[in-house]
Ligand binder design. Structure first.
Ligand SMILES: Cc1cc2nc3c(=O)[nH]c(=O)nc-3n(C[C@H](O)[C@H](O)[C@H](O)COP(=O)(O)OP(=O)(O)OC[C@H]3O[C@@H](n4cnc5c(N)ncnc54)[C@H](O)[C@@H]3O)c2cc1C
Length: 447
């Protein structure tokens, strides 16, 4: 394919970056337009009071195959940016009750079976119920023909309340950013299947040890530019140009940009606004309008440098704060990142109230800790797709009714929750679709 205008990728989040790298690698001229002054989208670094933080604490899994492949292509050494640890979950309640689950050095899925049978903090009946559930899921290949809520699925598999509250609810909320009474069991099972079905290393936890911006955005930008592509920051796309049933370019705040094909790798709300400008795309826009988003809140608490967690991440039960990450790994000793996924009463609290509540919860878990010296709160109100029952049927595929216009992003029909891996896989898929489609010349609309 030798287009006379570049393929334009709109949006420099992880989906748009994956798409642009894939196109550049194949020698296809690509121009990436990002409205912000930096790349990364919902997984980016931010500078606050002279320190580099992430817009939200991110955790990756060994099952993030496409992301890890992409990083290898970019020459990013895994151990330079991640600390990989076999799954080892510790969830504590302020009343002293705790649950510990760790996988064994056995082939999958025995590593999980061993973990469930030997989990500490569960009664024997709860361990067997968890094991029975995991066997049943394996028999049905971690898939469900008809979607239902995770709560219904757990009820059908007779999971005891202590197991639901102590393990399944935190896992579901952490993975899907959606509470289990409305979370899609299809998406939950897909996540469990990808993590536990094939290879023991798939369920490893990958803790980031570098700012998000250094992990993918910067190396991807270098790669794209070294391979003849161009990356433009501060370029907002406000409209689509077409001739007949085919896309010919985009309108930006710097003027029109001709394109042989266009990948919209923008979040659902921005994609919806762009699709709505084209009558031919009203059906797609109508489905997109039905997708809801849920927030994720990250509360950074600064303690004296000697304060540390017993492990890189800890679950907190019966509290507003759900997971606590020790930023010592990132060279920020004493800094804790407390994550609250999904909607909830915390969104009605102001930042000072929220910091007080969450630091009070940590004080009950760790009575020896002094009070935090400072806090920073980052609320991402539209952090991810609400992974509700039936949502997979609404998620769009790459192709649209306008020839040469493709969609990419974590919200598309990957079957996965809205995650980094979903975004990367979607970006790769859209780039492959572009590469397969012969382009037509795009007269006019020259930059
Ligand atoms: C706080 C938080 C915590 C998270 N934790 C995890 C985690 O632990 N693990 C995990 O796997 N995932 C996590 N996620 C989800 C993950 O970050 C997202 O799934 C992923 O970053 C989405 O990437 P994307 O490229 O699809 O979209 P985005 O990152 O939203 O990228 C879209 C880009 O398009 C740009 N854009 C928008 N409109 C325009 C326009 N008109 N013109 C040009 N550019 C435009 C935006 O600025 C943005 O850069 C988390 C998300 C958040 C917010």
């Amino acid at each position: 394919m030798k287009p006379d205008a570049p393929v334009v990728v709109v949006g420099g989040g992880w989906a748009g970056l994956a798409a642009s790298v894939t196109l550049a690698r194949q020698g296809i001229p690509v121009r990436l337009l990002e409205s912000a002054r930096q790349l990364g989208g919902r997984a980016r670094s931010v500078q606050i009071d002279g320190q580099t933080l992430d817009n939200g604490q991110h955790l990756l899994l060994g099952a993030y195959e496409s992301t890890l492949d992409l990083l290898r292509l970019l020459d990013v050494a895994e151990d330079a940016v991640f600390l990989r640890r076999p799954l080892n979950l510790s969830l504590r309640h302020a009343d002293g009750h705790a649950l510990h689950l760790r996988t064994a050095a056995l082939p999958a899925p025995l590593h999980l079976a061993w973990g469930l049978l030997n989990a500490r903090g569960l009664r024997p009946a709860e361990r067997f119920a968890a094991l029975r559930f995991s066997h049943a899921l394996q028999r049905q290949d971690f898939s469900l023909d008809e979607d239902q809520s995770v709560a219904t699925l757990l009820h059908q598999h007779r999971q005891p309340p202590a197991l639901i509250e102590g393990l399944w609810q935190p896992l579901c909320l952490g993975a899907l950013n959606t509470h289990l009474h409305e979370a899609s069991a299809q998406i939950f099972l897909r996540t469990l299947g990808e993590s536990f079905r094939y290879n023991r290393r798939d369920s490893d936890l990958l803790f980031t040890r570098r700012p998000l911006g250094e992990i993918l955005p910067t190396p991807a930008m270098d790669y794209i530019e070294r391979h003849g592509g161009r990356v433009h920051l501060g370029q907002r796309v406000s409209g689509l140009q077409r001739r007949g049933g085919r896309i010919t370019g985009v309108l930006t705040n710097r003027g029109p940009q001709a394109a042989s094909q266009v990948i919209l790798a923008t979040p659902p709300s921005a994609t919806l606004a762009l699709l709505q400008t084209q009558p031919a795309l009203h059906a797609e826009a109508g489905r997109l309008a039905q997708l809801a988003q849920y927030p994720i809140c990250t509360i950074y608490l600064r303690y004296p440098a000697q304060v540390r967690l017993p492990q890189p991440m800890l679950g907190s039960l019966g509290s507003l704060g759900q997971w606590v990450f020790d930023r010592r790994l990132y060279g920020q000793p004493g800094l804790m990142a407390v994550v609250i996924s999904g909607d909830g009463p915390h969104m009605a609290l102001d930042n000072a109230q929220l910091a007080t509540r969450v630091s009070g919860e940590l004080a009950r878990l760790f009575p020896a800790w002094p009070a935090p010296q400072a806090h920073q709160i980052i609320r991402e109100k539209r952090a991810t797709l609400a992974a509700r029952v039936g949502v997979n049927a609404l998620r769009p595929s790459h192709a649209t009714a306008l020839e040469g216009l493709w969609l990419a992003g974590d919200y598309t029909d990957t079957g996965l929750p809205a995650t980094l891996e979903g975004a990367v896989r979607s970006g790769l898929g859209a780039a492959q679709a572009v590469a397969r489609r012969p382009s037509t010349p795009t007269p006019g609309n020259r930059p």
